[in-house]
Design a protein around this ligand. Structure first.
Ligand code: SAH
Length: 362
């Protein structure tokens, strides 16, 4: 049997349970497509899943944005398939043997239903190794994406580098949180840690922030912030970029007694296996501890973790611990999650990875 091919799955007493994709190299030997005996796995199966997923996003966003996750893997019924829409380009990831097996059919479905200018593959996730798949990036249909594709989120516009950006180019998962942050920003002195290309920077400036400092270790990401400021017709002199290690910079600020009204902590994933949960927890504790020390009385912390292996409960405990050690008192104003286009199926709760808290310090 070929890798990714559809197989029937039987119970111990020979009852047909459903169909799945055979994955000889993975610990998960078969990823189930369905639990329906009569349903065939063919073009129509994939077509109906993709159409349904997109219709529901259109209802959700009322077409007020031209950038969203069209399809989110297990939670939309095709394990291993990610489709992100950036204006008139689609970015696809085929991360499982089954998704890879059906790749040509899926691309055909995307072309005929979205009529994109181009489809770009970014199958470059580390999980592919476990599945025995090779990394693949490049144009799979139509035009090559330009250096930057401009996306419109309604309130904000952003430049997205589809070919080289993080993930598939941009942090679409923070979409709803950008809107929330904007409301907390008026007249505030803001510190945006792990800023990437300035998703939160633009949201803060649009919300009327007095001044914002962006910290990131990547100069090329910081440079895009200035371009995004221009794109949104915002004032350049209200934003400053510092290329640095956030861990060091926060300590430095503490040592000189620097203060802010609003701090954002949106670090990269610290945990990729259960084995490094403890050291990662220390990392989260560290940055939150310093952030609490840098906030003025009445200040607000937006703190996130995108590590799926860290539970919401444990994350909250870490933030509490950091607050306690900083000798501050905090109240949770809001619980934050990934945007709803990053769906979480009830039968796949592991899909919930992004969590955040808005904490006001007294
Ligand atoms: N908040 C961003 C996404 C953050 S992604 C958004 O909403 O778009 C994490 C960012 O942290 C990346 O841009 C990466 O370059 C940066 N980074 C990773 N480790 C860092 C460190 N130790 N110090 C500073 N920046 C770091």
């Amino acid at each position: 049997m070929q890798m990714g091919e559809t197989c029937e799955v039987f119970s111990f007493n020979d009852k047909l349970l459903g169909h799945g994709a055979y994955s000889p190299n993975s610990q998960i030997r078969v990823r189930m497509w369905n639990f329906i005996q009569e349903e065939k796995i063919d073009n129509n199966f994939f077509l109906s899943k993709i159409i349904y997923a997109n219709e529901f996003r259109n209802e959700l966003f009322q077409r007020r944005t031209n950038a969203y996750r069209v399809f989110n893997s297990e939670s939309d019924g095709i394990p291993g398939l990610i489709v992100d829409k950036y204006n008139d380009f689609l970015v696809v990831q085929f991360l499982s043997a089954g998704a890879e097996f059906w790749k040509n059919e899926i691309i055909r479905i995307l072309i005929s239903n979205f009529n994109p200018k181009g489809i770009y593959e970014r199958s470059d996730s580390s999980v592919m190794k476990l599945e025995g798949l090779e990394i693949k990036c490049g144009v799979v249909y139509g035009d090559e994406p330009p250096e930057y594709v401009i996306i419109d989120e309604g309130q904000f516009k952003f430049l997205v580098d589809i070919k080289n950006g993080h993930k598939t180019g941009f942090y679409l998962d923070q979409k709803i949180n950008r809107n929330i942050l904007s409301k907390y920003s008026k007249d505030k002195e803001v510190l945006n840690c792990f800023s990437y290309t300035g998703g939160f920077t633009i949201a803060a400036l649009k919300g009327g922030a007095k001044i914002i400092t962006n910290l990131d270790s990547s100069k090329s990401c910081l440079d895009v912030i200035n371009k995004n400021i221009e794109l949104n017709s915002l004032e350049k002199n209200k934003s400053e970029n510092i290329e640095c290690d956030v861990f060091h910079k926060l300590r430095e600020y503490r040592d000189i007694d620097k203060k802010f009204d609003l701090i954002i902590l949106d670090p990269p994933k610290f945990i990729d296996s259960k084995a490094n949960l403890i050291s990662a927890a220390r990392g989260y504790k560290d940055i939150n501890y310093y952030a609490f020390q840098l906030l003025r009385n009445g200040g607000v912390l937006f703190t996130f973790s995108c590590s799926g292996l860290l539970s919401t409960e444990l994350f909250q405990k870490i933030v509490f611990d950091a607050c306690l050690d900083a000798v501050r008192e905090g109240i949770i104003l809001e619980n934050l999650y990934q945007s709803p286009d990053h769906t979480i199926s009830l039968n796949f709760p592991e899909a919930r990875y992004l969590k955040g808290l808005v904490v006001k310090v007294l």
